[in-house]
Design a protein around this ligand. Structure first.
Ligand SMILES: [Zn+2]
Length: 283
């Protein structure tokens, strides 16, 4: 077995473990529970502490056949899927970018994406501070990169606009600016629609985009720059189209959690965004 296969397995397993931690965060953060206390997870049904050997990513779920060891209550298959998804995302990102600064940056971004997506699926809202934390992470990383660039080339030889931190803050401002303007336009359209139909809300909603979506695009901008943040914004409806048609045709509720689609679009933008932009705007 070569070194690289060994590294790939290591990265995949690391992703599984982070996925396991994300499961804890997805469960506890919206309930305002501490993510460090208690250290060990507990069964949401019987509240018994889950021992370490019942908490091994993927394997424990299979061994326990998806049931709690103590009370036999079913464990949601989602715990398994979040771990697997995180492992696969880690592996893909490593294969594409190698062990590099970009790898680290994208991993942080994707971890935030997975976190907010699953909270959004459960609650149709996310705690506002998560994307703010993501924005701080992105700007902090761009500062590190800026420091490296300046120490490498000397302060006088780098132009201000080419600094990573300028790129990041521009992305943040334009990402938030664009999505917020479209939210205002969308809310206005929705308001006209509701006034014409003489309804107060559509299934309890009166907003087109939530503020969570606006923060999210600001975060994507801070990580990837404004171009890829815009691309993410316009790709998300395309990505959600199939599911949207399904839900309108077969389900009673027309509400969909939008952050999973924004996240998927963000993943596509990070991996292939530059190529897609060249295809659309070849000049
Ligand atoms: Zn139990």
């Amino acid at each position: 077995m070569g070194i690289s296969v060994f590294t790939e397995i290591f990265i995949f397993v690391l992703g599984l473990c982070i996925g396991s931690f994300l499961n804890v965060c997805i469960y506890r953060l919206p309930r305002e529970l501490s993510i460090v206390k208690p250290v060990f997870s507990f069964c949401p049904h019987c509240k018994k502490t889950i021992e370490w050997y019942d908490n091994i990513p993927l394997l424990s779920f299979l061994f326990l056949k998806g049931k709690c060891r103590f009370c036999g209550e079913k464990i949601s298959v989602r715990y398994f899927l979040v771990e697997l998804l995180t492992g696969i995302v880690f592996l893909f990102t490593f294969v594409k970018f190698g062990l590099s600064f970009l790898f680290l940056k994208y991993i942080f971004l994707f971890v935030f994406c997975i976190l907010v997506s699953f909270i959004d699926i459960d609650y149709h809202a996310i705690p506002g501070w998560i994307c703010i934390l993501g924005i701080f992470t992105a700007v902090a990383m761009s500062l590190v990169k800026t420091g490296q660039l300046i120490s490498h080339r000397g302060l006088l030889d780098v132009s201000f606009s080419s600094l990573p931190v300028v790129h990041s803050i521009k992305g943040l401002l334009l990402g938030i600016g664009l999505s917020y303007s479209l939210k205002i336009a969308g809310d206005f359209g929705l308001w006209i629609y509701l006034s014409l139909k003489k309804q107060e809300t559509i299934e309890g909603e009166k907003e087109s985009l939530g503020l969570g979506d606006v923060d999210f695009l600001g975060m994507v901008g801070a990580f990837l720059g404004w171009k890829l943040s815009f691309l993410t914004f316009f790709l998300a409806p395309v990505v959600s189209l199939v599911y949207g048609v399904y839900i309108i045709a077969f389900k009673k509720s027309h509400l969909i959690a939008y952050l999973p689609f924004l996240s998927l679009a963000c993943f596509i933008s990070a991996f292939w965004g530059d190529k897609i932009i060249k295809l659309i705007l070849p000049f």
